[in-house]
Design a protein around this ligand. Structure first.
Ligand code: ATP
Ligand code: MG
Length: 582
């Protein structure tokens, strides 16, 4: 490829609404162009990188025995009704009507369509296992599209769906996908972690996210440097930080804490560690009777230590809260606690509430909590003595750095990650809802055991850049780079010798299968270098008259501090060697 023929378009400054570095650099490098919020054109430079990711994903999916198909972007409401997701999905599902007033949606994912295919075409256990995948445009009307291609509304996803005879066989399909994902992210040259993830209503432990490590990631991932424990913070188990509850040592007392409505402020005022305070969070559930009619409200008081944070995913799994909870209204709080938020606690309630204590809180003695009276807190609070034992003790909090690992083998560390892939065992959730069955060996119909497996193809570009960039621009891993090598002739318009040498090197690179570009724009070196460093091409060769007279050509790796002068005859070998290093 010659740069003069390619559509090269770079910007000195990113548009002011670009928030994160990957988005800024992709816009500046001319890889994407914004059309509407979360909706982008993939420009030629960006598309080259996308195609490279797709090719690796496709190769590894094929190698793992999955079969590629394409399901429609536009999907009929009837299928989505069968699983109830037409109603349940919320506003992320973009719904619209055709000219006949029939309801359709743009696919955010394709469980319904693929399960419909399976129930029509997979009749016998002999056809199983099967895994269908597509690399297709998805649309999710995200509440907050942001960070460019990382949280778009329209984006490209690889989604695969496995169909198996039994749970055991589905486990094998899952393991095969897990291994394929490892190969994919290894080949892409990204630093990543596979972490255990929440399985929601499906349950079990077969859900893993593949997270690219980057400080700007939206996810917190928890891992143990001394073992292979790794989990999304949503799931990571928080153990009690106190082995057992100490005997009460202090008397219950009420301390004035005027205007101090947070644990931090109270601890500072009283001059005690934050870890001696307890935070009150009030939730509510709207109860229904057997007929599904509203039957009042239950108020829940969740207690976590002052320096800990409530984990809403964990709360959402507790008995009583599973069916859905919300934060209590100010009126509900007043009615039950007789006090406004900021001074709430489990002692002296106006009306009964269900008290759930975090494991650590249940082991605390002589702690501090709100007194249910504005501007007052209790100190020296002890379970059993000053208030009844909690109704329930549960893991309610996010783990924090330094917590003991739940596998008992060291302490936990936390880092940020960008979720680029997800493997998930679905069980019979969709096959039951859509009555998708096959005939098993015993001649009886059986529901398919399913799994689904996503990879955010376009998000990978953003994640790769978040992980690999510097002040000058993108630093692509070779596997994703839109071009692997750029040949920069200095004085293209003036010097026949430079033109010949540049063309010769370019031809030789292409002949060995290298994806190279020849910058024949006749630009000054500074302009060429700035462009290619911004675009992130991993290897650059500069050919100029002065060097040629001495028989040398300059090579610079994108991560190298300085260019190296090499004898002209050794340049090709050197570039190939560096390419092989990744
Ligand atoms: P998130 O928690 O980031 O919203 P998700 O759990 O909704 O992700 P999945 O439904 O598992 O994501 O989708 C599979 C993959 O698709 C994700 O791992 C991610 O890489 C990608 N993906 C999801 N939503 C988006 C989006 N809005 N823009 C770009 N890629 C996305
Ligand atoms: Mg999502």
């Amino acid at each position: 490829m010659r740069a003069s023929q390619f559509h090269l378009f770079t910007l000195k400054e990113a548009p002011s609404d670009a928030e994160v570095v990957s988005q800024k650099l992709m816009l500046r490098a001319g890889m994407i162009r914004k059309v509407a919020a979360g909706i982008y054109s993939y420009m030629p430079m960006g598309l080259r990188a996308i195609r490279k990711v797709e090719a690796i994903v496709r190769e590894e999916m094929d190698r793992a025995g999955a079969m590629e198909l394409i399901m429609p972007m536009v999907q009929p409401a009837e299928l989505w009704d069968e699983t109830g997701r037409w109603d349940k999905m919320g506003d992320e599902l973009l719904r619209f009507k055709d000219r006949h007033e029939r309801d359709f949606a743009l696919q955010p994912t394709s469980e319904e369509v693929v399960t419909d295919i399976a129930r029509q075409e997979l009749k016998s256990y002999r056809q199983l296992p099967k895994n269908f995948y597509q690399i297709q445009t998805k649309f999710r009307d995200e509440r907050r599209p942001r960070f460019g291609v990382m949280r778009g509304r329209e984006f490209t996803m690889k989604d695969a769906y496995s169909f198996d005879r039994s749970e055991e066989a589905a486990g094998r399909s899952y393991d095969i996908m897990f291994a394929a994902y490892k190969r994919i992210f290894d080949r892409l040259g990204l630093e990543y972690r596979a972490v255990a993830a929440d399985t929601g209503a499906i349950g079990g432990d077969r859900s893993h996210e593949f997270q690219v490590i980057a400080d700007t990631g939206e996810d917190a991932i928890v891992y143990c440097p001394d073992s292979d424990y790794a989990a999304n913070i949503e799931l990571a188990e928080a153990v009690s930080l106190l082995a057992r509850r100490a005997e009460p040592a202090r008397a219950l007392a009420k301390a004035p804490t005027p205007g101090k409505a947070t644990c931090e402020d109270v601890a500072a005022l009283l001059g005690v560690p934050l870890a001696t305070t307890v935070k009150s969070l009030v939730l509510a559930t709207d109860d229904v009777d057997e007929k599904g009619k509203p039957a009042g409200v239950t108020v829940w008081l969740l207690l976590v230590r002052g320096d800990h944070a409530l984990n809403e995913v964990k709360a959402g799994k507790l008995e009583g809260l599973k069916a859905g909870f919300r934060f209590a209204t100010e009126a509900e709080i007043l009615e039950h606690f007789g006090c406004k938020p900021g001074y709430l606690g489990p002692i002296g309630l106006k009306k009964p509430v269900k008290v759930i204590a975090d494991r650590t809180v249940a082991h605390m003695a002589d702690f501090i909590c709100g007194a249910n009276e504005a501007d007052f807190h209790f100190t020296g609070v002890n379970w059993g003595r000053d208030l009844p034992e909690p109704d329930q003790v549960a893991d309610l909090r996010n783990v924090v750095e330094g917590d003991p690992s739940p596998d008992g083998r060291g302490v936990l560390a936390i880092q940020r990650g960008i979720e680029v892939g997800h493997v998930f065992y679905l069980g019979t959730k969709y096959s039951k809802a859509m009555n998708a069955t096959f005939l098993d060996e015993d001649g009886k119909p059986k529901h398919f055991e399913m799994g689904c497996y996503g990879i955010g193809v376009t998000r990978i570009l953003g994640a790769a850049i978040e992980q690999n960039h510097d002040a000058r621009g993108i630093v692509w891993p070779r596997a994703i780079a839109p071009f692997e090598v750029v040949v920069c002739p200095v004085g293209w318009g003036k010097s026949q010798a430079v033109r010949d040498e540049a063309q010769k090197l370019y031809d030789a690179l292409v002949a060995t299968g290298v994806d190279a570009i020849l910058d024949d724009r006749d630009e000054r070196p500074g302009v060429m270098f700035a462009d290619w460093e911004l675009i992130g091409v991993p290897h650059r060769v500069t050919i100029g008259d002065r060097g040629l007279k001495e028989g040398v050509i300059e090579y610079q790796g994108r991560r190298d501090a300085e260019a190296a002068k090499l004898p002209a005859g050794e340049v090709l070998g050197h570039v190939l060697e560096r390419l092989n290093q990744g």
